[in-house]
Each structure stands twice: as structure tokens, then as C-alpha cells.
Design a protein around this ligand. Structure first.
Ligand SMILES: Nc1ncnc2c1ncn2[C@@H]1O[C@H](COP(=O)(O)OP(=O)(O)OP(=O)(O)O)[C@@H](O)[C@H]1O
Ligand SMILES: Nc1ccn([C@@H]2O[C@H](COP(=O)(O)O)[C@@H](O)[C@H]2O)c(=O)n1
Length: 666
């Protein structure tokens, strides 16, 4: 996951390959709660690992459930309807799928068995309404205290208190379907007689209720339904674990990749695994909306294949009540359409992670789009003149994910612009690896992938600076010196004469090199420490003088230019490898400073060193690097000089990031 303040997406051009979706959030959190309320053990497979499921699991542990997690499989030993803990304070983050059902379940359990439970969340959760659910539960007889603003979390649920099960429980259905879901999940716990739930107002997001009913059936509860107006939980209902449950892929998350296929899969379709025509989730119907906009979609039982059909896409007018979450993706697809797109019946967007109608309108306008909005609708006009924009994400995973699609603007305008996603880690709510998954399925022109080069003499701090700048921007790092070190080491091990350029170069194609988690493997051997030895540095500088060796390593170095960007350190990054890099640094420090740094570095690793000897070695290496005929160590014409003799690591990093920001269009 990119835990950085912003992630810059360079212009993207194509899409292909296979995406395996993470588990559905809606199904994951419902199944976890159902397993917790049932008797016995339930093994939940392919569970979504995300912020929302993490808070649910933590809450279940606090309530005394046995929870054992191994990868994406979680085993839950449920309460069998009996409270083990009579008191708990549960922090539920911004997870509506945890807050609403747990509130209902704990309210009825406290009413019948006694106890006191507090539920709270992040500040935004305390702005998300829950009053209609609380009113319904209070009408039933549950004791609920507002601990903040009435109608919003935090809440205290306590008991015992008598429940009036003989009169229908009435709940509004037109603000959030989660209120009805919460009652449907909670009331089987107290179904000593038939319990009737009546919906007031037009029920929104009906497909989510269908998920709830299907999962209730899997856990032994056969709810009787009268249209969408009334639901009856039969007397004697009792949760029974099905033993094992597989969570299907998240259909809302699929929407970004369906859109991606529609926009950018021009040769082969993009394959999406984990949802398909047999999916329980209503958001799978997003494919109908995407098809109406021009996508070519094929669906199997649990997979989709999507490619571009009509181009530009076609503007549509759609009632999105049945796909409220996935519909946000349509608003960004609309930028690539011919004609306006109007999405209606989306009032629920206003009370989600953020006011999504306002958020989408604001951010789409930053890109240059013309957007109109109303209380429950949004209209987006196609975009001709794109502006580079820093997209505010409002701690809303879906805003971050759907705006990544704006990075394909180069497909409709010659002057392609990058898109900055602020606080990209908000995707952790449902899809922690979203951007990694995106980068694995999209293509970009190499020239569009930004590179920052850092060249300079030995021990000036290039590697340290490159690592820190790479971390701050989420970019990959190329330590080109390591490749020359490998070549030198391999030549020495093979007994090849280091002065024989052809012979050393001939070894390069056969090197079985692997880069993994900051380590370098030669065959199965982790040679990272060996490569950093001073002696290996000297071998490297000997083989680096040969043009044949440099050209043998050229392509390998270029292959590091990958999404979302690269920081490359070495001697000729700015001059020979990436002459088009938008920022080039030539990093220096006095020989005395560098020798002292290297001395401290070695001593701190327990390697004996002599400062005078080190200085002689590094000066000899610099001389050879500066004076060789091919790609000598020299600043590129357009490089910025940074002498960090008197600068700490942090100051150097800040300086480079400042220079980088000055070159960005945001
Ligand atoms: N600005 C700085 N102030 C103090 N110490 C620094 C600074 N930058 C780097 N160092 C330290 O100097 C040592 C050498 O840094 P580093 O290995 O990054 O240099 P390098 O230029 O990549 O070396 P080489 O050319 O051998 O690959 C490290 O111990 C690092 O922590
Ligand atoms: N782009 C580069 C990088 C390195 N070299 C040679 O390798 C030696 C070791 O490099 P380190 O950065 O790991 O110290 C270095 O002294 C150079 O001779 C190079 O030529 N070009």
C-alpha cells in the first residue's frame, strides 16, 4: 500500500492482463458478524483484509469470540447468541457495515441479557446518520443513549429492558439500507415469536438487502418477505453456522477494472476474477451501465472480461439506486464520453464516507470538467481540455480509486497530464493494494514515467537519498552501482580477467539476478552484503570502464523505469541512461566528509576500517570513474548541484523533494 501523502499517476495508455479482486467488503463484514452470532466454528475463506474488516474483527475479539486469522482465512468461534462480555467499548473506524449491524445486535442482546456497550468511530462516522436505526430499536424497547449528537454515533447500548416483539418494528428505508440490514441481522437473536419489520419510505439499495437475505439463509434464517415493504423473521429462528463460507470478490471494486477495460483494453480484454454473473452482489450490475456506455463485457460464473467497444464512450442517463457505490466510477468514465452523463437517485452519496456528490463535483471540476449537481443527482460533461489536478480524496477509498481512471486522459487529448491522488492510503478501507494492482495491469509510455536521477562520487549519499526520495514519492529505486558490483563479483568468481571487457560483458546475460525486498540474489545466494563490501566497489569500478560492460547492463537498467516512477542513482544516470529525466541531481560532498561517512558506516556494521585508507580508495575510484572514456562521472548539463557536506540526510531529502515539486504541474 502507498502510505504517502500523495501518489502521482503519470499518463496511462493501455490495459491488459488479469486482476484477482479482494473479497467483498459487504459480504465479509456480514459473514463475520453472522459467524460471531452463531454457535460453533465458522471458517471464512477469501476474507477481505482491510480497515473495515479489521475493526469488525477487533470488535468480535472484544466481545469474546474466538478469532484465529491465517492470511485471508479466519476461523470464528461464535457466541451462539449468548453474551460472554457484558461490557465493551468498540471503536469501529469509518465502517458503516460494522457500526450499524453491531449497534442493532448489541442493543437487543443487552436488552435480553443485560450489559453495557459503547460504539464509536472516526469523526466522519460521528457525522453519518444512525438515528433511524436507533429510533427503530428504541421503539422495540432497547435502551440506547446518545453520547454525542442525537441521531449519530457514538452510542451506549445497555440493558436489560423488556422488548415489545408483538408490534411491528418500523424503520426508514430511504436513507441507508444498512438500517434494515442491521435489524434483519439482529432480530433472529430474540425471535421468540414472529417478528415483523416494516419499511417506511421507498427502500434504497435493494441489492444490499438481497445480500443480507441470502447470507441469513446460509446461516439458517429463512426470512419471509412481502415485496420490499415488510420482512418477517420466523419464531424460533436460530443462527446455525454453515461451517465454511467463501467470500466472493468485491463487485464495487470490480467497477474500476470494468471501467479500465472499457477505456483502455484495446487489444485483448482485461480479465477480472472473483465476481461474475452468479455474484450475490448488486454492484455486479455495474457491467450493464458500463455496457450502456460502450464497454464490451463477457461474464462467466465468477469472472468478467472487458474490452473497449464504443470510443469515445457514450454518455448515459441512469437511475443508480441499485448500484450506489459503483456508480461513482461512471462519473469519471463520463469524462471520456460523447455527450453528458446524468446519474440520478443517488441521495445516499451524501451520507457516505463523505458527501460524495459534492466531492465528485469538486474534484471533477479541478480536472476542468463541467459538472452540475442536485440533491440526489450529478451531471458530468465530457472533457476536452484536461488540467493536471491534485485530487482531494476526503478519506474516501472510492474517490481515490475512481479518479485513478482520469490518468488515461492521454487517450483523448494530445497534451496528456498526470493526476495526483492525495492520501492514497485511504484505499485501505476496501482495497489496500489497489494501486499496485492497477500498475500491474496498465501500460504507460516509458517517456511519461518520471525519473529522478542522482549521480555523484562515491559515498556522497546517493543511495541513501535515492531510497528516501523513492519512499516519499512511492517510486521504485535503481541502485545502478549494484549492477556493476555484481558484474565485478561474477567476473572475479569466474576467474575472468577484469581488464578483458568482452569477457566480463559476456558474463552479464547469464547472470541469474533477482531483486527482492531490498535484497539482491545471484542464483539462490543473497549477495547484498557481499556487494556492499569496499573490495567489491573496487572490482565494480574496474569493470565499469569497459564500454562493452556498460552496454551489456544498459537494457537491464532501463527496465527499472516502471510505474509510478523511478529514482535512479549512479554515475551516468542523468547523462547516459535517462537523459530525458525531468529532475537530475549531481550530489557531492568533500572527500574528507565522504571518507568519514563511509568510515562510520563500516564501523557501525562492525567492519574494521581505516579512514585514511578509505579516503585513498574512494579518491582512486572517483579518478577512474571521472576519467574513463565511456560515460564518465560528470554532471549532466541540466543537473542541479547539491553539495551536502553540511547537510543532514533529512535536509537533503527535503531539498530534492522541493525541487521535484517545483517541476510538477500541481
Ligand atoms: N547528508 C548526509 N549526512 C550525513 N551522512 C550521510 C548523508 N547522506 C548519506 N550519509 C551516510 O553516508 C554513508 C554513505 O551513504 P551512501 O551509501 O548513501 O552513499 P553512496 O553515494 O550511495 O555510496 P556509493 O557510491 O558507494 O554507492 C551512509 O552511512 C549514509 O547513512
Ligand atoms: N551508473 C554507474 C554506477 C556505478 N558505476 C561504477 O560502479 C562502482 C560502484 O558503484 P557504487 O555506486 O555502488 O559505489 C562505481 O565506482 C563506478 O565505477 C558506474 O560506472 N556507473
Amino acid at each position: 500500500m502507498f502510505k504517502i501523502p500523495f501518489l502521482d499517476l503519470p499518463p496511462l495508455r493501455g490495459a491488459a492482463g488479469t486482476v484477482r479482486l479482494p473479497g467483498s467488503k459487504s459480504i465479509s463484514n456480514r459473514v463475520l458478524l453472522l459467524a460471531a452470532l452463531s454457535e460453533g466454528r465458522t471458517v471464512v475463506r477469501d476474507l477481505l483484509a482491510s480497515d473495515d474488516t479489521a475493526v469488525m474483527l477487533e470488535a468480535l475479539r472484544a466481545l469474546g469470540c474466538g478469532v484465529v486469522q491465517e492470511g485471508d482465512t479466519v476461523s470464528i468461534v461464535g457466541l451462539g447468541g449468548n453474551l460472554l462480555a457484558k461490557q465493551a467499548k468498540l471503536f469501529l473506524g469509518n465502517a458503516g457495515t460494522a457500526m450499524r449491524p453491531l449497534t442493532a445486535a448489541l442493543a437487543v442482546l443487552a436488552a435480553t441479557q443485560g450489559g453495557s456497550f459503547e460504539v464509536s468511530g472516526v469523526p466522519r462516522m460521528h457525522e453519518r446518520p444512525i438515528g433511524d436505526l436507533v429510533d427503530a430499536l428504541r421503539g422495540l424497547g432497547c435502551a440506547i443513549d446518545d453520547l454525542g449528537n442525537p441521531g449519530y454515533p457514538p452510542l451506549r447500548l445497555h440493558g436489560p429492558s423488556p422488548l415489545a416483539l408483538d408490534t411491528p418494528v418500523r424503520v426508514r428505508g430511504d436513507v441507508s439500507s444498512q438500517f434494515l440490514t442491521a435489524l434483519l441481522l439482529a432480530l433472529p437473536l430474540v425471535a421468540t415469536r414472529d417478528i415483523r419489520i416494516e419499511v417506511i419510505g421507498e427502500l434504497i439499495s435493494k441489492p444490499y438487502i438481497e445480500i443480507t437475505l441470502a447470507l441469513l439463509a446460509r446461516f439458517g434464517i429463512a426470512v419471509r418477505r412481502e415485496g420490499w415493504e415488510a420482512f418477517v423473521i420466523p419464531a424460533g429462528s436460530k443462527y446455525r453456522s454453515p461451517g465454511e463460507v467463501f467470500v466472493e470478490g468485491d463487485a464495487s471494486s470490480a467497477s474500476y477494472f470494468v471501467a479500465l477495460g472499457a477505456i483502455a483494453a484495446t487489444d485483448t480484454p482485461l480479465r477480472i476474477e472473483g465476481v461474475g454473473r452468479e455474484s450475490l452482489q448488486g454492484d455486479v450490475r455495474f457491467i450493464e451501465a458500463a455496457a450502456a456506455m460502450g464497454a464490451e463485457v463477457q461474464a462467466g460464473p465468477n469472472w468478467l472480461e472487458v474490452r473497449r467497444g464504443a470510443w469515445p464512450l457514450k454518455g448515459i442517463t441512469l437511475d443508480c439506486n441499485h448500484i450506489p457505490d459503483a456508480a461513482m466510477t461512471l462519473a469519471v468514465m463520463a469524462l471520456y464520453a460523447h455527450g453528458p452523463t446524468t446519474l440520478t437517485n443517488i441521495a445516499s452519496w451524501r451520507v457516505k464516507e463523505t458527501d460524495r456528490i459534492a466531492a465528485m463535483a469538486t474534484e471533477l471540476r479541478k480536472l476542468g470538467a463541467t459538472v452540475d449537481e442536485g440533491p440526489d443527482w450529478i451531471r458530468v460533461q465530457p472533457l476536452a481540455h484536461w488540467q493536471a489536478a491534485a485530487i482531494h480524496t476526503y478519506d474516501d477509498h472510492r474517490v481515490a480509486m475512481c479518479f485513478s481512471l482520469a490518468a488515461f486522459n492521454g487517450l483523448v487529448t494530445p497534451a496528456a497530464v498526470p493526476v495526483r491522488i492525495l492520501e492514497p492510503h485511504c484505499v485501505a478501507k476496501t482495497f489496500p493494494d489497489y494501486f499496485e494492482t492497477l500498475f500491474a495491469t496498465v501500460t504507460a509510455d516509458a517517456a511519461d514515467i518520471p525519473v529522478i536521477t542522482i549521480d555523484g562520487p562515491t559515498a556522497s549519499g546517493k543511495g541513501t537519498l535515492a531510497d528516501e526520495v523513492g519512499k516519499a514519492l512511492g517510486y521504485g529505486v535503481l541502485d545502478s552501482g549494484a549492477l556493476y558490483r555484481v558484474a565485478g563479483l561474477a567476473a572475479r568468481r569466474a576467474g575472468v580477467d577484469l581488464d578483458d571487457g568482452d569477457a566480463v560483458a559476456a558474463l552479464v546475460p547469464g547472470l541469474d539476478l533477482r531483486f527482492q525486498d531490498g535484497h539482491i540474489f545471484l542464483g539462490s545466494e543473497d549477495v547484498s552484503a557481499r556487494l556492499r563490501a569496499e573490495a567489491t566497489g573496487l572490482l565494480a569500478s574496474q569493470v565499469a570502464v569497459h564500454p562493452q560492460v556498460r552496454s551489456a547492463l544498459h537494457q537491464l537498467q532501463l527496465s527499472f523505469r516502471r510505474l509510478p516512477g523511478l529514482v535512479a542513482d549512479g554515475r551516468d544516470m542523468g547523462t547516459a541512461l535517462f537523459p530525458d529525466a525531468p529532475l537530475k541531481i549531481f550530489l557531492t560532498a568533500s572527500a574528507a566528509t565522504r571518507a568519514e561517512r563511509r568510515y562510520k558506516q563500516l564501523i557501525s556494521k562492525g567492519i574494521p576500517a581505516n579512514i585514511e585508507g578509505l579516503r585513498e580508495d574512494l579518491e582512486a575510484r572517483d579518478e577512474r570513474d571521472k576519467n574513463r572514456a565511456t560515460s564518465p562521472l560528470a554532471p549532466a548539463q541540466d543537473a542541479l548541484l547539491l553539495d551536502n557536506s553540511a547537510l543532514g540526510i533529512e535536509e537533503s531529502v527535503t531539498q530534492v523533494l522541493d525541487w521535484w515539486q517545483q517541476r510538477r504541474p500541481f
